[in-house]
Design a protein around this ligand. Structure first.
Ligand SMILES: Nc1nc2c(ncn2[C@@H]2O[C@H](COP(=O)(O)OP(=O)(O)OP(=O)(O)O)[C@@H](O)[C@H]2O)c(=O)[nH]1
Ligand SMILES: [Mg+2]
Length: 352
């Protein structure tokens, strides 16, 4: 079996960010409960105020610093995951990274406030209670601002967390085509993965993967959302996930068409989508296959037609994929081949 090089989805841990409410409740409760021992009454208020100011700043700093690794992972995201994040998070990856960074760095503002407050509490002419209240009040609004950023990020953490890892050392097949042509049905028929088969176009909203394992050869087969014929800037976030899969996951593309045109996409329209895929990925091997062979009259070549319903042409297509995979693996000089050293398939510019 080939060695696996996995680039993990960097958004997986976003779900473990604290909510704004958690942040506020925990910290303020702990600071509220803290007390100081028996000490000279004149000094007590100052000591207590300093203890609370110090404790709040320390707890908040610790909390945020513990989450720094999440930022670092997101910051180091691969272009594939950045493209997918752009399709999922409002205003895109850059905004997500900025908001996460601002939220996690908010402890620095509190640290600066702390130094200022401690200096003033120390002054005999200042009212320690008043200063402590002012400090906690200002911290409250800083924490609330950070919390609302974290809440926004958390509300997308499920969608971001389910994005696929990027496996740069396995042969990867992307199944693409117009909506409702039979992509999910085909990936289910080819692999061990049973996917949701839609009763309406755009049933598939994310990239799903199944695998074929044959005599030590591992092949990842990706099901993608349907594509329409329009330029990238007009594509929906769902379509953009297919574009990202084509750009970064495809060593081999199977473009499916449905000659029955039942989903409402005429063949000329489906060919136009195919042209845009070819323009985007001119260097990637691509085959076109028609689905619904069970509904098309006349003798059909199993190399061009399949039926997801009767299984016609599926064994031949599977064998074709395995042959392509063997050729691809044979062309690499072990796991540290040229392709491997330069990461996954390079995106090509084009219409999409
Ligand atoms: N008769 C027949 N029906 C098929 C065939 N392939 C798919 N279907 C049916 O076509 C419909 C769409 O199938 P899906 O596999 O969900 O199509 P899809 O391309 O994944 O659709 P989206 O995810 O919405 O883009 C379902 O009702 C399938 O049962 C086929 O070869 N023959
Ligand atoms: Mg589908």
């Amino acid at each position: 079996m080939q060695e696996q090089e996995i680039i993990r989805n960097p958004f997986r841990e976003l779900a473990s960010l604290p909510s704004g409410a958690d942040l506020e409740n925990n910290l303020f409760r702990r600071v509220f409960l803290v007390n100081v021992g028996r000490i000279d009454r004149a000094d007590r208020r100052k000591v207590l105020a300093k203890t609370k100011v110090n404790l709040f700043a320390k707890l908040y700093r610790q909390k945020m610093q513990k989450l720094k690794h999440i930022y670092k992972e997101v910051e180091a995201a691969h272009l594939f995951h950045i493209d997918l994040c752009d399709a999922v998070y409002p205003s895109g990856y850059d905004k997500l990274l900025r908001e996460l960074g601002e939220a996690l760095d908010s402890y620095k503002v509190i640290d600066r406030l702390k130094f200022d407050s401690l200096r003033r509490i120390q002054d005999p002419s200042e009212n320690a209670d008043q200063l402590k209240k002012q400090f906690l009040g200002r911290c409250g609004s800083i924490v609330r601002r950070a919390g609302s950023k974290l809440d926004r990020i958390r509300s997308y953490s499920m969608q971001l967390g389910e994005l696929p890892d990027l496996n740069s050392s396995s042969f990867k097949v992307v199944v693409a085509g117009a909506p409702h042509v039979g992509k999910s049905s085909l990936v289910s028929n080819l692999t061990n993965r049973k996917l949701e088969i839609g009763t309406y176009p755009f049933a598939t909203k994310r990239i799903n993967a199944g695998d074929i394992v044959s005599g030590g050869t591992r092949i990842l087969v990706f099901d993608t959302p349907g594509l329409l014929d329009r330029p990238l800037e007009r594509r929906s976030s769902i379509e953009k996930k297919c574009v990202a899969a084509l750009r970064y996951l495809s060593d081999f593309i199977i473009f499916l068409t449905d000659p029955t045109e039942r989903a409402g996409y005429p063949m000329t329209y489906q060919w136009a989508i195919l042209d845009s895929v070819r323009t985007m990925m001119p260097a990637t091997k691509l085959i076109t296959i028609s689905t619904h062979a069970d509904e098309v009259p006349g003798p059909l070549a199993p190399s061009n037609y399949i039926s997801n319903k009767t299984g016609y042409g599926i064994p031949e297509l599977k064998q074709k994929i395995i042959d392509e995979a063997r050729e691809w693996y044979a062309g690499r000089r072990g796991p540290f081949s040229y392709r491997y050293a330069h990461g996954p398939s390079k995106p090509q510019s084009g219409h999409l």
